[in-house]
Design a protein around this ligand. Structure first.
Ligand SMILES: *Cc1c(COP(=O)(O)O)cnc(C)c1O
Length: 430
C-alpha cells in the first residue's frame, strides 16, 4: 500500500513500510537473515558505495527487514526518515554523533531515565562532549544554559520513571530561537500518545526495547528525523553542512536535503560506530508495533485505575502519575497528551526504603526487573538498581528517591494488579 497521510494510526502501525515480499509473495515481512547482498555488476556496486543509488550492500548499514521497521517508525512519528540501531542508548549516541565534536555540549532535562543521566554526565566526556542538566519547567534557565558550544537540547516526552510530562512545544520554541535541534526521547509515550515532531522536535529517539516491541524480547533503538532542521543555517553542524572528510568530502545536507541526517546516520553512524539492529530484532519489534495502539490504550486505562487506587491507600505516601487529577502536571497532561500519559509511574511508601524492598519481594504478578513497557506488569526499586549510580540529589531530581518504587503497568486485568499490590503492601507492613 502507499503510505499517505490519509491513513489512520491503526492502519499505518500494521502497513507502513511493508508490502508483500516481491520475491515470494510472503504476506508477513520476511526476516532477511543475510549479511551481504549481491551486486548486479561492478557499476551497480560503485553507484551504491557512492550513495548515487539506494540499495543493500552489507547489513551493518542496511537490511530489508530493518528497513521496513525504519519506514514504519518514521511514518508513525511523522518524520521523513529513521535509522534503527542496537539499543535505546545506541540511538542517543547516534543522534548526538553528527551534531557534536570535542568541546561541544548538550543541554538536557534533569528528568531522564537513570541510564541516560549516567551516559550524559559521565561516559560522553570520553568523546570530549559534555552535558548541562536543567529543569525544563524553567524556560529562562533553559535559555541561559544554551551557549555558543551547545549543539543539542534533549528531553523525554513522558519522562521515566514517571509522573513528569514535558511541554515539548514550549521547549522547542526556546531551542528554535537559539537555532539548536531539539531531541526528544519518546520511549515512554510512544508515537500513539505523543508525536514530538508535531510539537516542534527536530529528532525523536526511542528505546524500541520498551513499548514499541512491547513483549520484552529484544533490545533496539531508533532515531527519527523530522527533516525540518536547516543544518546549513549556521556553521555549527559542519558534519552535515560542510564537506565531510569521512565520506570523501560529501556535503550531506546539499546532497540529500531533508534526508541528510538519515543518510549520515547510515553512511557514517552505522558504518563507523557499528551499533546495528539485527533483522531478528526488527522482526520482533515489527510484530509489537502492529498492536501498539491497542496496548497503549490498555496500559493507560490500567495505569489510571491502579494509580488512583494506590493514591487512596493509607499505606501509600504519594503517587506520581501525570494522569491523576492531583498531579501538578494534570493540566499540561490533558493539553499535550490528550490520549493519556502512559503506563509508568512511581509510588512512595510511608514505610520508606525497607517497605519498598519488601513490596518488591512480595508481589506475585508483577516481576522485579530492570525493564518497562512490557505486556506484563513490572516493578523496580530505582534507588537500589537503575538509579544506583546517581547521587542522592540526582535520584531526587529524577523522582527516584529511596522511598519510591517505579511501576510499569501491563495489560493484565486491572483488578488482579490491584489485589496483588494490596497483599504485597500488607506484607510490606506499611
Ligand atoms: C530504556 C530506556 C532507554 C535506554 O534504552 P535501551 O534500549 O535499554 O538501551 C532510554 N530512554 C528511556 C526513556 C528508556 O526507558
Amino acid at each position: 500500500m502507499s503510505d499517505g497521510p490519509t491513513y489512520g494510526f491503526d492502519t499505518l502501525q500494521i502497513h507502513a513500510g511493508a508490502r508483500p515480499d516481491p520475491a515470494t509473495g510472503a504476506r508477513q515481512t520476511p526476516i532477511y537473515q543475510s549479511t551481504a547482498y549481491v551486486f548486479r555488476d561492478a557499476d551497480h556496486a560503485a553507484a551504491l558505495f557512492n550513495l548515487q543509488e539506494v540499495g543493500y550492500i552489507y547489513s551493518r548499514l542496511t537490511n530489508p527487514t530493518v528497513a521496513v521497521l525504519q519506514e514504519r517508525l518514521a511514518t508513525l512519528e511523522g518524520g521523513v526518515g529513521a535509522v534503527c540501531c542496537s539499543s535505546g542508548h545506541a540511538a542517543q549516541i547516534m543522534a548526538l554523533f553528527p551534531l557534536m565534536s570535542p568541546g561541544k555540549n548538550v543541554v538536557a532535562s534533569t528528568r531522564l531515565y537513570g541510564g541516560t543521566v549516567t551516559q550524559f554526565s559521565q561516559t560522553i566526556k570520553r568523546f570530549g562532549w559534555s552535558a548541562k542538566f536543567v529543569d525544563f519547567d524553567d524556560l529562562d534557565a533553559l535559555r541561559d544554559a544554551i551557549d555558543d558550544d551547545t549543539r543539542a537540547v534533549f528531553c523525554e516526552s513522558v519522562a521515566n520513571p514517571g509522573g513528569y510530562v514535558t511541554d515539548i512545544r514550549a521547549v522547542a520554541d526556546v531551542s528554535d530561537a537559539a537555532g539548536i535541534p531539539l531531541i526528544v526521547d519518546n520511549t515512554s509515550a510512544t508515537p500513539y500518545l505523543c508525536q514530538p515532531i508535531a510539537h516542534g522536535a527536530t529528532l525523536v529517539v526511542h528505546s524500541t526495547t520498551k513499548y514499541l516491541t512491547g513483549n520484552g524480547t529484544v533490545t533496539g533503538g531508533c532515531i527519527v528525523d523530522s527533516g525540518q532542521f536547516d543544518w546549513s543555517a549556521s556553521d555549527k553542524f559542519p558534519s552535515l553542512s560542510a564537506p565531510e572528510p569521512a565520506y570523501h568530502g560529501l556535503k550531506f545536507h546539499e546532497t540529500f536535503g531533508n534526508l541528510a541526517f538519515t543518510f549520515h546516520g547510515i553512511a557514517i553512524g552505522l558504518r563507523d560506530l557499528g551499533m546495528t539492529m539485527n533483522p531478528q530484532a526488527a522482526h520482533y519489534t515489527l510484530m509489537g508495533v502492529e498492536t501498539l495502539s491497542l496496548r497503549m490504550q490498555r496500559h493507560v486505562e490500567n495505569a489510571q485505575k491502579v494509580a488512583a487506587w494506590l493514591e487512596a491507600d493509607p499505606r501509600v505516601d504519594y503517587v506520581t502519575y501525570a494522569g491523576l487529577p492531583s498531579s501538578p502536571y494534570a493540566e499540561r497532561a490533558k493539553r499535550c497528551y490528550p490520549k493519556g500519559t502512559g503506563g509508568l509511574f512511581t509510588v512512595a511508601l510511608k514505610g520508606g526504603y525497607d517497605a519498598c524492598v519488601k513490596l518488591v519481594d512480595s508481589l506475585e504478578i508483577f516481576s522485579h526487573v530492570a525493564n518497562l513497557g512490557d505486556t506484563r506488569s513490572l516493578v523496580i526499586h530505582s534507588a537500589s538498581t537503575t538509579h544506583r549510580q546517581l547521587t542522592a540529589e540526582q535520584q531526587q531530581a529524577a523522582g527516584a528517591g529511596p522511598n519510591v518504587v517505579r511501576i510499569s503497568i501491563g495489560i493484565e486485568d486491572a483488578d488482579d494488579l490491584i489485589r496483588d499490590l494490596d497483599q504485597a503492601l500488607t506484607k510490606a507492613g506499611g
